[in-house]
Design a protein around this ligand. Structure first.
Ligand code: FRU
Length: 505
């Protein structure tokens, strides 16, 4: 594992594999002071293929130690996405507190089937269950994958939710090996993708009130993102141990993140009251063509999820975990200022390596538009602004640097694959990348908006009002953005309590 970094765009403080390809976070589980992050991994190249479960561990969700791949591809096929649990009661018979992983084996020959493997050495190595698979689709579905297993207290049983083409299916089990079908949910709900992927099912208090718990189904859809490609939606409702009932009408869609690079988001198990999610920071439209060679794929910052009420509806906030505060190496306080026309901060961080956080309160007052450009000396920029007429927060990367990923993709090792991929997906990498994403400001309380903006080499993650809006986007500037140009239109806006943090591990 002595792999020196050779990629300019490798993030400083986000999790990436040392080499090889990474997509979805898998098997997220906390045990004995360690967060385990397994992930869809190709150890043989920086494009999708040969799927294994890669493995990293962390004590604080920020500093990651890279370990050997934990589960390797076998004769049942690729090791696709899934989850892990700590078997506190020895339900499966592999010992008290054994770690058990559930994944999809995928091959043309056997289709998509659910399998399990157990570990008695704190998740370092796994033994596959000799009678795999543990679950196959009763109706021969082609798309049947990404099992998430969780303990359902009222029934004193393990439950599994699996994405099954146009719906999610619930199963229950006492021994983690024999699974009984309960129900399906999802047909006709939210934005309908080709098929659902990577579901999760979590319970959270509404507005912090533990007497008012709600179930949330997280599902990842591809395509279906408002801005094209992959995205994460969620449904809030109730669960009676058999069926999930969504609070809202089928046509209502709630998004967990309003950027274009947020996918396959699932949560850690065994973290008590905290629900912590990890999104993969890319989009299937162009994930294989990003201007990176040695490795490909990064995870967005881990996020803590919570439910809040707005206008009689329950929404889920996703805020960067508080552990990210330990990344702050240097703090610069900026005096409060008014923006009328333009206001510039010339050096965000002296000699920046492109890793920093901006924190501020933005009060638009009478301004109809207020925002800032993250700029570099070449004029490449990301525009972040509040459009009060439209009621939108916008992050626009049209002029952010390298946007024609196809052209750059030609530098990729597997050129042919890129061409084929381009044809089959009928993707226009430039148009799919060079765009703005937006979120409705109605999710916030209004008047003043609290922004935390994390920049890390090739990403801009925006959190507004503790994650009521989360917006995650990749960007490829040819040198770091190091100027902030604030502007306001049709009126004066106020920026207060602003801080710039240099971030590092
Ligand atoms: C989502 C996904 C999963 C699948 C995995 C394969 O990004 O398509 O549904 O298990 O990736 O790598």
């Amino acid at each position: 594992f002595n792999t020196a970094n050779t990629d300019y765009y490798r993030p400083i403080y986000h999790h990436t594999p040392l080499y090889g390809w990474m997509n979805d976070a898998n098997g997220l589980v906390y045990k004995d002071g360690e967060y385990h992050l397994y992930f869809q991994y190709n150890p043989y190249g920086s494009k999708w293929g040969n799927m294994h479960w890669g493995h990293s561990v962390s004590k604080d969700l920020i500093h990651w130690e890279h370990l050997k791949p934990a589960i390797a591809r076998d004769t049942l096929g690729h090791i696709f996405s899934g989850s892990s649990i700590v078997d506190h009661n020895n339900s499966a018979g592999y010992g008290k507190d054994a770690m058990i992983a559930f994944y999809t084996s995928a091959s043309d020959e056997h289709g998509q089937i659910q399998c399990m493997a157990y570990s008695n050495d704190n998740g370092r190595t796994y033994t596959k269950y000799e009678k795999n698979p543990i679950l196959t689709p009763f109706d021969g579905l082609k798309d049947f994958r990404d099992p998430k297993v969780f303990w359902y207290e009222p029934a004193q049983k393990w439950y599994m939710i699996v994405s099954a083409d146009k719906e999610m299916r619930f199963y229950s089990s006492s021994n983690l090996k024999d699974w009984e079908y309960l129900s399906g949910f999802g047909k006709g709900y939210g934005v309908q993708p080709n098929q659902f992927e990577c579901p999760d099912f979590i319970q959270l208090p509404v507005d912090g009130d533990k007497n008012n718990m709600k179930w949330v189904m997280i599902v990842n859809i591809n395509p279906g993102c408002m801005f094209g490609g992959s995205a994460t939606e969620y449904f809030v409702g109730d669960f009676d141990g058999k069926e999930f009932k969504c609070d809202t009408k089928p046509e209502v869609t709630k998004w967990l993140d309003f950027g274009k690079d947020h996918y396959a988001t699932v949560c850690f198990s065994n973290t008590g009251d905290r629900i912590i999610a990890v999104p993969w920071m890319s989009n299937w439209q162009y994930a294989n063509a990003t201007p990176i060679r040695q490795y490909r794929g990064a995870n967005a910052l881990p996020r803590e999820l919570s439910l809040y009420t707005k206008d009689g509806q329950i929404y889920m906030a996703a805020n960067a975990v508080k552990e990210t505060e330990a990344l702050r190496k240097d703090t610069r306080n900026i005096d409060d200022f008014a923006v009328k026309g333009e206001y510039k901060i010339d050096e965000i961080v002296p000699q920046t390596d492109g890793a920093y956080e901006l924190e501020m309160d933005v009060t638009p007052d009478k301004a109809q538009v207020v925002g800032f450009d993250l700029l570099n000396a070449k004029g490449e920029k990301v525009k972040v602004y509040l459009d009060m007429k439209e009621g939108k927060l916008v992050a626009d990367r049209t002029e952010s640097g390298i946007v024609d990923l196809a052209r750059h993709g030609e530098m990729n090792v597997h050129e042919k694959e890129t061409d084929d991929h381009r044809k089959t997906m009928s993707v226009n990498y430039k148009n799919d990348f060079a765009l703005g994403t937006w979120a409705p400001l109605s999710l916030c309380e209004g008047k003043t908006y609290h922004l935390n903006v994390f920049v890390d080499k090739c990403s801009v993650e925006i959190f507004v009002d503790g994650g009521r809006i989360a917006m995650t986007n990749l960007v490829f500037p040819t040198q770091p953005y190091n100027t902030l140009r604030f502007y306001a239109e049709n009126g004066e806006a106020q920026i207060s309590n602003m801080k710039i943090y240099k971030l590092g591990l």
